[in-house]
Design a binder for this molecule. Structure first.
Ligand code: FAD
Length: 409
C-alpha cells in the first residue's frame, strides 16, 4: 500500500459501510479504518424490519449482519451513536456531531436514506415510520396483539410489506395510495395493480387515487373531508438520501451524492474529488450498463457498491485502474406468501408482457421492454424463471431475443 493512504473513513455503519470496511481489509489494507454510524447499533439487516422482526418471529440478535467476533476481527474503530455533521474536502476532514473531527486520506459515504415525513408527523404518538431497528420494535409493540385498525400511507414496497405483516398479526389494514395503483414506481401500473389485487384477496383494503390531507388524532384525514379512522398509522411515502450533512461540502448533490461510473464523487463544478466515493442508497451514479444515472434503494446493490467503492479507494492510492460498477439492479420483496423479485428497470412507458405462468395462478414472469431492448423482468413466486434473466440483461439482449428465451420456459 502507498504511504499516503493511512486512514480511510466510512460514514454510515450499515450494509454498504460494513461491506466497504470488510473489503478494505480483505484486499489487504493495513492502515486505519474508522466507521462512523449515527445509530447506536452495530450494522444490522434492514429487510427483516418489515417482515420477520416486525412479525415477532425473529428477535434483534437474529438480524445482526455479523457475529460479534467477526466485527472485532475487522480491526475497525467503530464510532457509533455519533453522526458526521460536515465534510471539508480541502482539509480532507470530517466534522462530527460531538464536536470532534476526523482527518482522512480516503472516505466512503454510505449514509443511506431517511424516511420522508408528513407535516407534524412527530406530534402524533400513533404515527410510525419504518427505517431503523428502533422504528420496527416500536411498531411491533403497537400491532403485535392484533385487533387494531392499521392505516398504511403509501403503497410502495415497505408499505405493502408492513400491510401484509400487520394483517397476518390479525389487524384490519387499509393502504392509502395517491397514484392509480400500488408499486407504480417499482413495477409500473399494470403489475402494481396485480400485486394490489393479491393484497385485496388476502384481506387488505387497498385504496388508490386518494389524497391524504393531514394526519389526525383519530386516524388520517383525506382531501374532501373523509376521516379514515385508525389507531396505528404507518407513513411509507418513500425516502430521501441522507445528504443533509453534506450541504456545505461542495460535493455535487442531486437526489443523492452524484458519482461517476467508478463511484467517485465530484464537486458541484464537475471536478472529480480524489479519494471520496459513495455507496448504497445515498449514491447516484452513472450505470454504464444502462447508460443512465441511477439511485437504487435495494440490498444487493448497496452491498456490491460498498465493495466496489472500497476497491477503488485502494486502486486510486496505488495508481491502478478503477473498476466501473455496471450493474443490473435487483431486489426482492416478501408480502404474505408472495415473493416478488425484480431485475433491471421498469419505466412507465415500457412495454410489459407476462411471458410465463399467469397472474391468476399467482406465479408468473413478466418482461419489460424499451426501445427494442429488454429493460427489466418481474418474477412473482418464480425464482427459477427470473434469475436466468440477469444474464440477458447483462448481455443487453434485444426484446425479441428475450421473448425467444421466454418461449423456452
Ligand atoms: P442504510 O441501511 O440506510 O444505512 C445508512 C446508515 O448510515 C444508517 O445506519 C444511518 O443511521 C447512518 N447515517 C446516516 N447519516 C449519517 C451521518 N451523517 N453520519 C453517520 N451515520 C449516518 N431491499 C431489498 O432488496 N429487499 C428487501 O426486502 C428490503 N426490505 C427492506 C425493508 C425495510 C424496512 C427497509 C428500511 C429497507 C429494505 N430494503 C430492502 C432496502 C435495503 O435495506 C437498503 O437498500 C440498504 O439497507 C441500504 O444500505 P445502506 O448501507 O446504503 O444504507
Amino acid at each position: 500500500m502507498t504511504a499516503e493512504l493511512e486512514r480511510v473513513v466510512v460514514v454510515g455503519a450499515s450494509l454498504a459501510g460494513l461491506r466497504a470496511a470488510e473489503t478494505l481489509r480483505n484486499e489487504g489494507f493495513d492502515g486505519e479504518v474508522v466507521v462512523i454510524g449515527a445509530e447506536p447499533h452495530r450494522p444490522y439487516d434492514r429487510p427483516p424490519l418489515s417482515k420477520k422482526l416486525l412479525a415477532g418471529e425473529w428477535e434483534p440478535d437474529r438480524i445482526q449482519l455479523r457475529q460479534a467476533g467477526a466485527f472485532d476481527e475487522l480491526d475497525v474503530s467503530w464510532r457509533l451513536g455519533v453522526a458526521a455533521a460536515g465534510l471539508d474536502l480541502d482539509e480532507r476532514r470530517l466534522h462530527l456531531t460531538d464536536g470532534e473531527t476526523v482527518d482522512f486520506d480516503g472516505c466512503i459515504i454510505a449514509t443511506g436514506a431517511l424516511c420522508r415525513r408528513l407535516p407534524e408527523q412527530s406530534r402524533y404518538g400513533h404515527v410510525h415510520e419504518l427505517r431503523t431497528l428502533d422504528d420496527s420494535m416500536r411498531l411491533r409493540t403497537a400491532i403485535a396483539d392484533g385487533g387494531h385498525h392499521v392505516v398504511v400511507i403509501g403503497a410502495g414496497f415497505i408499505g405493502l410489506e408492513v400491510a401484509a405483516t400487520a394483517r397476518q398479526l390479525g389487524n384490519e389494514v387499509t393502504v392509502l395510495e395517491g397514484a392509480s395503483a400500488p408499486l407504480i414506481r417499482g413495477l409500473g401500473a399494470e403489475m402494481g395493480a396485480a400485486i394490489g389485487a393479491m393484497h385485496e384477496a388476502r384481506g387488505v383494503a387497498v385504496r388508490c387515487d386518494v389524497r391524504v390531507d393531514r394526519l389526525h388524532d383519530d386516524g388520517v384525514l383525506l382531501e374532501g373531508g373523509e376521516l379514515v379512522e385508525s389507531d396505528v398509522v404507518v407513513v411509507g411515502i418513500g425516502v430521501t438520501p441522507a445528504t443533509q450533512w453534506l450541504g456545505d461540502s461542495g460535493l455535487e448533490l442531486r437526489d443523492g451524492v452524484v458519482c461517476d461510473e467508478t463511484l467517485r464523487a465530484r464537486r458541484d463544478d464537475g471536478a472529480a474529488v480524489p479519494g471520496v466515493y459513495a455507496a448504497g442508497d445515498v449514491l447516484r451514479w452513472m450505470n454504464p450498463l444502462f447508460g443512465e444515472e441511477m439511485r437504487i434503494e435495494h440490498w444487493t446493490n448497496a452491498a456490491e457498491q460498498g465493495a466496489v467503492a472500497a476497491r477503488n479507494v485502494l486502486a486510486a492510492a496505488a495508481g491502478a485502474d478503477a473498476e466501473e460498477y455496471g450493474a443490473v439492479p435487483f431486489f426482492w420483496s416478501d408480502q404474505f406468501d408472495i415473493r416478488i423479485q425484480f431485475l433491471g428497470r421498469a419505466d412507465a412507458d415500457d412495454e410489459v408482457a407476462v411471458v410465463a405462468g399467469s397472474i391468476d395462478s399467482g406465479k408468473f414472469l413478466a418482461m419489460y421492454g424499451r426501445d427494442g431492448r429488454l429493460h427489466g423482468a418481474l418474477g412473482v413466486n418464480a425464482p427459477r424463471w427470473i434469475m436466468p434473466i440477469r444474464k440477458l440483461l447483462l448481455a443487453q439482449a434485444s426484446w425479441d431475443d428475450a421473448l425467444s428465451h421466454a418461449a423456452t420456459l
